[in-house]
Design a protein around this ligand. Structure first.
Ligand code: CA
Length: 383
């Protein structure tokens, strides 16, 4: 299965209404898609993570100049071998961030090819499906004005409830007092409806404020408190874990088994959240899942990308063992971002959508999706 070409597609779309998370205003959605072509005619797709403020051209350049020359002519089925080859060749200027996102994109495409070659979905190659459907949680509650939007956010909670979501993650980190007010309004809006709530501050605070917020939210029975402090402050994470009652989650800004080793060694998290398009792809996610299991840490992937990212995450989630086995063990959830994304759903012929509170795992070969090339061309700006 000889690799004969790698095409890079940078997609962008400005947003009609910009929105804010705690780190800034998101004015466009973008994606770095990678298409790996083989001599036999099988094509694999992958995606590099581009968070709202990240130029997608960085990962695109890493694929073009650092990775493509390395793997042209190689056997696409050598997923683990090629992962190490890409990691070793970029170690001195990579290890974190967009370079690992670039490796992630190529790796996901190679797994897509492997699945298509063997006529099975990726989760079969990963050892089989623990589950064939997953409960999505709505990620939302971004701001469109700034502070003081509690009434609008309470209405948003009702919209997610009416759409069938049974779990919701609230974006916080806009000032502790404002956060507390918004959480109160949202919790009251869904009270008695059996909704699971989580919060995510995107590392907006230092330890003292993060603790104050956590203590104020103690009564909401949160499934987790995500990125309470900056990803570099592993001791701060451990302090949150020791002083607060709710589980602490993080990892979307961590990469590879080496980064996660440090996170686990510091007792930083109850729940690890690798992003498939940023942690090093499916190969790296496998390493991280094994490492997490050895440390008694649950894994719940972070998802914010396009349909390719969603599909890759679903394949991993299918094959993800629960961290703490019991008759009524807590199952992983699918992060289902509800913020504006003009091309995410349209990028594939059968969009990934929740229905009645569940999302089915795609059962087709590889990622289990078909790319709509007209959408790629429509939003493509470079590559
Ligand atoms: Ca997050």
């Amino acid at each position: 299965m000889k690799i004969i070409d790698i095409k890079i597609h940078v997609l962008k779309s400005p947003l009609a209404e910009p929105f804010a998370f705690s780190q800034g205003w998101v004015r466009q959605r973008s994606a770095t898609l990678v298409e790996v072509l083989t001599e036999e005619g099988i094509t694999g797709w992958g995606e590099a993570f581009a968070q709202g403020l990240e130029p997608p051209e960085i990962a695109a350049a890493a694929v073009q100049y650092a990775l493509k020359p390395l793997i042209l002519g190689a056997n696409a089925l050598d997923t683990e071998v090629l992962w190490h080859k890409m990691y070793h060749a970029t170690r001195d200027f990579g290890r974190k961030g967009s370079v690992i996102a670039a490796i992630s994109a190529v790796d996901i495409a190679l797994w897509d090819i492997a699945g298509k070659t063997h006529h099975v979905p990726i989760h079969v190659l990963l050892g089989g499906a623990f589950r064939h459907r997953v409960q999505p949680y709505a990620t939302g509650f971004y701001r469109v004005n700034g502070q003081g939007e509690s009434a609008r956010l309470a209405d948003e909670a009702i919209r997610h409830l009416d759409a069938g979501f049974t779990a919701m993650k609230v974006k916080l980190g806009y000032g502790v007092e404002d956060d507390i007010q918004c959480m109160k309004a949202i919790a009251e809006a869904v009270e008695g409806r059996g909704i699971t709530l989580m919060v995510d501050t995107n590392h907006a605070y230092g330890r003292a404020q993060a603790l104050r917020l956590g203590r104020a939210l103690d009564g909401y029975n949160l499934r987790w408190y995500e990125e309470p402090v900056v990803p570099e402050d592993l001791h701060g994470y451990a302090e949150m874990r020791n002083k607060l009652t709710m589980p602490i989650a993080g990892g979307e800004n961590e990469h590879t088994l080496f980064g996660y080793r440090d996170l686990f060694a510091a007792n930083a998290v109850d729940i690890a959240q690798p992003d498939l398009c940023s942690c090093g792809g499916i190969s790296a996610a496998r390493h991280i899942v094994t490492l997490a299991q050895a440390h008694g840490v649950a894994v719940n992937p972070h998802v914010w990308g396009s349909a390719v990212a969603q599909a890759a995450s679903l394949q991993l989630i299918a094959a993800l063992p629960v961290a703490h086995h019991s008759l009524f063990a807590q199952e992983p959830l699918l992060e289902y971002d509800c913020s504006s994304h003009p091309f995410r759903q349209h990028l594939i012929t059968q969009p990934i959508q929740q229905s009645g509170g569940w999302v089915p795992i795609p059962e087709g070969p590889g990622l289990g999706i078909e790319i709509d090339r007209s959408i790629v061309e429509r939003y493509r700006v470079a590559g």
